[in-house]
Design a binder for this molecule. Structure first.
Ligand SMILES: [Zn+2]
Length: 281
């Protein structure tokens, strides 16, 4: 069932668990994520970065996810991850994305508020929830890059949410995108502090490579959406490479797609259980 992220995130907030948000690069990953959600009876968010959108297009991803979502009973949402401009966020809403993020975290606080509010206004008028980011998630994911992480200031977060009217907020607590080269130092206390003064669902980025304990602690403290991207790519590639190394007679892309889907599905199911969203649809 194709839905927005509004209800699933509010339910997660009330229920004390998080919805898993999984980045997809192609049809195989989309089908694997939806298959995992259906099997575990979990609400799910599928998301695409600007780099992924440029690889195919917003229209193509919207069409595939809608077609696949209609085949299952669990709620499936398609979300624009790290929307990089007002134009891209609005275009995503126009072509049928059911949730968007506008990432103004590199801007000054005033500019971030202005941009996020403009997108939130359009989202509200169209019934599409909007996520914004305050503070910074470090590392690099496709075209999204930040040299360092910055912890979100709770009072700034309060003001940001009040003035922009966004539906959910990604905050910086020391995580980074991509592959961790050293163990990250997380300020999970900061989640509790922001949750004290902000009433919209909070979002955790840079979760690939975090331990189950870290993810559970973040969820317990108030993260309602947890993003996983890098580790799905790694599982996809590992399975593909293994098949091709073991059997150099493979000429059918479907055969490669099948093992890749199985690997991604397994990882998604594992992370859904860590987030506690299994059985919640
Ligand atoms: Zn992110």
């Amino acid at each position: 069932m194709y839905t927005t992220s509004k209800e699933m995130l509010l339910k997660a907030q009330q229920g004390g668990y998080a919805v898993g948000a999984f980045n997809a690069e192609n049809m195989e990953m989309i089908r694997a994520i939806i298959a995992a959600a259906e099997e575990l009876k979990a609400p799910v968010m599928i998301q695409t970065t600007p780099g992924t959108v440029r690889y195919a297009s917003l229209e193509t991803f919207a069409a595939i996810v809608k077609a696949e979502a209609e085949k299952v009973s669990v709620p499936v949402c398609l979300h624009l991850d790290h929307g990089e401009s007002y134009e891209m966020a609005v275009k995503a809403i126009q072509v049928g994305y059911s949730s968007v993020m506008i990432d103004g975290s590199k801007l000054s606080l005033e500019e971030n508020i202005e941009l996020s509010k403009r997108v939130a206004d359009v989202g509200r008028a169209c019934g599409v929830p909007v996520e914004a980011e305050l503070g910074r998630v470090g590392g690099k994911e496709d075209d999204t890059e930040s040299k360092d992480s910055a912890y979100t200031d709770p009072q700034e977060a309060k003001r940001f949410v009040e003035e922009t009217g966004v539906d959910s907020l990604a905050i910086g607590i020391g995580t980074a995108h991509g592959v961790y080269k050293v163990k990250p130092v997380l300020n999970t206390q900061r989640i509790s502090e922001v949750k004290e003064v902000v009433d919209v669902p909070l979002v955790l980025h840079g979760s690939s490579g975090l331990s189950d304990e870290d993810v559970r602690d973040c969820v317990k403290r108030g993260m309602c959406k947890v993003n996983f991207a890098t580790e799905l790519r790694q599982e996809y590639l590992k399975a593909t490479r293994k098949l091709l190394n073991e059997d150099d007679t493979v000429i059918d892309p479907k055969k490669i797609g099948k093992v890749a889907m199985e690997a991604v599905k397994k990882q998604v199911e594992y992370r859904m259980k860590v987030c506690g969203c299994d059985g919640k649809a």
